[in-house]
Ligand binder design. Structure first.
Ligand code: CA
Length: 707
């Protein structure tokens, strides 16, 4: 056989194998550098989740030739956060509403589509959007966590479910937006719900049978019951006894993004979320550390048994989830090669931890955070400023990084072994944290213990206070914690990244609607492409038929909810010649609010604002208006015109299939009358004051967050 024939035979047999066995992922392939370079077989690229591609066909010298190879439209106008997987000749990608597409990687043709049919009512339990960030693949199956808490195994060839299991107690307000991962034939899956009140945990299921293998809780359970393990015993000692609140609300500590299996240490690293309620005074008046909230916890991959933890934010009270993506890296520190876990945390510190022991090696701020004066390296504890805990004196604290967005959310970061730099999509937002003296446990809405309505009032009465909601890309040297370069600052949330051996970093600038390539060493923008919509999801890179591709899911954050959106998978290659269809002209809905109902009093409007803040603001933003929304702008909705129409939606669930759930169990007709009149009042005030002169809207968790 000639060499050429042998090559052709090898290629065709690989294709035959791919056709016979889609989603051909196992431990051997995950450890094979050729297979991992050509494919993107797990959420963060490889087990280490560095989001680094060793491909270098596309490089600094030729990236200007990068063009669209093909694109595939999605069936939704909602935001897209998903990291696609590319395995042999198929791309799998999850979209809004936890749907999955399998696409022919050569043509973009849809091979199958799967819709788990999540009930629209479940959107009430989502703090931050109807999103899904990714899927897992193993041995011919694709694994999906659904918004309503199911883990579904799909046949990768047909898209038909092989098994399905409920990972949650459906009476509790859990959800899943994160990507499962597979370690040693077990599917690891986390969950969300820390803004409502649940007990965090992570579960491992047998990939073939769907049987629960192990579960690790991140916070203790009912003290009247024996603890599940010694770790829970240790954790329980850090929570005040007799405080009903954290027990009733589950305590929090949800596991909604960071989840890494390291075959070298045989550990699974888990990032844990904020406490519930956010305000610790209500959660635990004794102000214990509340383990394992806001921590990185390592457990044994085989058993789920606790091995170590590092708590980034003891006595957490700011929504400082420690859930931003983790990367495992071999780093030369002080002349020694060390295996470390890296996290650029929501609280603004960049952490370097020893992967085997959890020892804190470095904690350096990567933004100008104002809640602490650094970290005491002896104790590993942040030196917290007392005023930052926004005490009950009601003075409030203008927190930076602001709790909802934080310094870094779910958007995938990357580490390049070539440059030695860590690329972080960072957030730069203030948010006024104001103690809520009237907080009462909420069985149907969020449980925060801070007052969103007071946040806006606080900025009005503190006109000198700094405010911003911007983002940028920062390159940090993990060895020093120092910034090497930073991209341009832009409004709103920003996108995840991928770094390549071509000396490039690809990232979308959020609602700036552009995918861009940065010089990985200098931060210079070398290439930019108008994607017609927001780009928040991290791109991936892979090789097919000898060609390198960059693929990214785009969509969301259009100028407003009603504007046309262009949710798609875009695939780029050198000399790609495809073009996107022109955008549809759009005129925003006019701001034409009706007058207040004749019988509505100022007290009704005021109570309406409080009811709105507790029940509606999480999705619909401050005073009914979001700058760019995946939920309708309520200052412009026709629903303001009639109370019957408003009630049909809010109390009777007329739009529940689209995600606007019924609030009939939480609100009475007199409540919706007040909320509607508050919105009418807000819309009329907005009309009277042009947006530039209006108070800056408080940051909306829904836009930036994604948990
Ligand atoms: Ca949170």
């Amino acid at each position: 056989m000639t060499a050429l024939l042998a090559l052709a035979w090898a290629a065709s047999s690989a294709a035959v194998l791919a056709a016979e066995m889609p989603a051909n992922v196992d431990a051997k392939r995950m450890a094979d550098p050729v297979a991992t370079a050509a494919n993107w077989m797990t959420y963060g690229g490889t087990y280490s989740e560095q989001r680094f591609s060793p491909l270098k066909q596309i490089d600094k010298s030729n990236v200007t030739r990068l063009g669209l190879a093909w694109f595939a439209d999605y069936d939704t106008n909602l935001r897209q956060d998903g990291t696609p997987l590319k395995i042999d000749d198929v791309i799998y990608v999850s979209t809004a509403w936890s749907k999955v597409y399998a696409l022919d990687a050569r043509t973009g043709k849809t091979l199958w589509q799967y819709d788990p049919k999540t009930p629209g009512q479940w959107v009430r339990y989502l703090c931050c959007g109807i999103v899904n960030r990714g899927i897992a693949a193993w041995n011919g199956k694709i694994y999906l966590g659904t918004l309503d808490g199911r883990l579904v195994a799909l046949d990768a060839k047909t898209g038909k479910p092989v098994w399905e299991t409920l990972t949650i107690d459906p009476k509790q307000r859990y959800s899943i937006t994160s990507a499962p991962r597979v370690a040693k034939g077990k599917v690891l899956v986390g969950l969300s719900g820390g803004e409502y009140g649940v007990r965090g945990y992570i579960s491992a299921y047998d990939a073939e049978s769907g049987k629960l293998d192990w579960r690790f809780y991140t916070v203790p359970g009912d003290p009247s019951q024996p603890p599940e393990n010694d770790a829970m015993k240790t954790a329980a000692a850090t929570w005040g006894k007799g405080s009903e609140e954290w027990l009733k609300r589950g305590g929090g500590g949800t596991t909604w993004d960071a989840l890494v299996y390291d075959p070298v240490t045989n550990l699974v690293y888990i990032g844990t979320g904020n406490g519930t309620p956010w305000n610790q005074v209500y959660r635990d008046p004794k102000k214990g550390d509340n383990l394992f909230l806001a921590s990185i916890v390592a457990v044994n991959a085989d058993t789920g048994a606790y091995v170590w933890h590092y708590q980034e934010t003891p006595a957490e009270t700011w929504d400082y989830d420690a859930v931003s993506p983790l990367s495992v890296v071999d780093l030369n520190l002080n002349g020694q090669k060390q295996r470390v876990v890296l996290q650029a945390s929501k609280n603004g510190f960049f952490y370097v931890l020893a992967a085997r022991t959890g020892k804190l090696l470095k904690a350096t701020p990567f933004v100008d955070l104002n809640w602490a004066d650094g970290v005491d390296m002896k104790t590993g504890r942040p030196r917290v400023k007392p005023e930052a805990r926004y005490p009950a004196d009601g003075k409030g604290f203008n927190l930076f990084p602001g709790g909802a967005q934080g310094a870094h959310g779910w958007q995938g970061n990357a580490f390049s072994p070539d440059t030695g730099l860590f690329y972080i999509p960072t957030g730069h937002a203030y948010s006024a944290m104001v103690y809520d003296p009237n907080y009462k446990a909420n069985e149907t809405g969020t449980n925060l213990g801070i007052d969103f309505a007071a946040m806006r009032t606080w900025y009005t009465s503190h006109p000198e206070a700094k405010r911003s909601t911007t983002s940028l890309l920062q390159a940090v040297d993990p060895k020093t914690g120092q910034q090497v370069w930073a991209g341009d600052e832009h409004d709103g949330a920003t996108g995840g990244v991928v770094a390549t051996a071509g000396g490039l970093v690809f990232q979308g600038n959020g609602s700036g609607n552009h995918l861009r390539a940065f010089d990985a060493s200098t931060g210079k923008v070398l290439w930019s492409f108008d994607v017609q919509t927001a780009v928040l999801a991290p791109p991936i890179s892979y090789e097919l038929d000898g060609k390198q591709y960059i693929a990214v899911s785009v969509g969301g954050n259009a100028s407003d909810y009603y504007a046309p959106n262009y949710s798609r998978l875009l695939v780029f290659a050198l000399d790609g010649k495809a073009t996107l269809p022109p955008t549809t002209p759009y005129t925003p809905r006019p701001l034409l609010p009706p007058p207040l109902d004749a019988e509505a009093t100022p007290a009704d409007v005021q109570t309406g604002e409080q009811l709105y803040a507790r029940n509606c603001a999480m999705c619909h933003g401050d005073r009914g208006r979001q700058a760019r929304g995946q939920f309708p702008d309520l200052t412009r909705t026709p629903m303001l015109y009639t109370q019957d129409g408003f009630n049909a939606v809010v109390l009777k669930g007329a739009l529940s299939a689209r995600g606007m759930a019924s609030f009939g169990d939480a609100l009475k007709p007199e409540d919706t009358f007040r909320i509607r009149n508050f919105l009418i009042d807000a819309a009329n005030k907005l009309k009277a004051a042009p947006p530039s002169a209006a108070p800056v809207a408080a940051p909306t968790a829904a836009e930036a967050h994604g948990q």
